[in-house]
Design a protein around this ligand. Sequence first.
Ligand code: FES
Length: 131
Amino acid sequence: MAHCYGAAVTLAAFRQAEPRIVTVTLCKVEQIPEAGALEVDAPDGLDTLVLMRFGEQVYAYLNVCPHAGRPLNWAPGKFLLAHGQLVCAAHGAAFKPEDGSCIGGPCRGESLTAIPITIEDGEVRLAQSAG
Ligand code: FES
């Protein structure tokens, strides 16, 4: 799992700050394998995020499966991608990277929780509106 925050920042700290846009760097784009996934810590310190990259496009979701609330990975930092889809290691639900929708398995029709990100200066950044 990547740990690449520039500073220890929590969502609670974001919300207590004056209203403004706060950004947190999650990782460098190049750390995410092409057509693969990277696990990074969520700023809340409780969950992790899964970042997927296909060319220049990066997608970010909470690493929690909508079926049974379990992590999607089969080992720390290890995700199964098959036929361009993210597959939950627990019971095999398949998700489209583009929108996080489940297109096969026990939670078909549900979706992963998307995390808003931006790509700037070769970094994947999480943007939070505080206040
Ligand atoms: S927890 Fe992901 S498919 Fe069941």
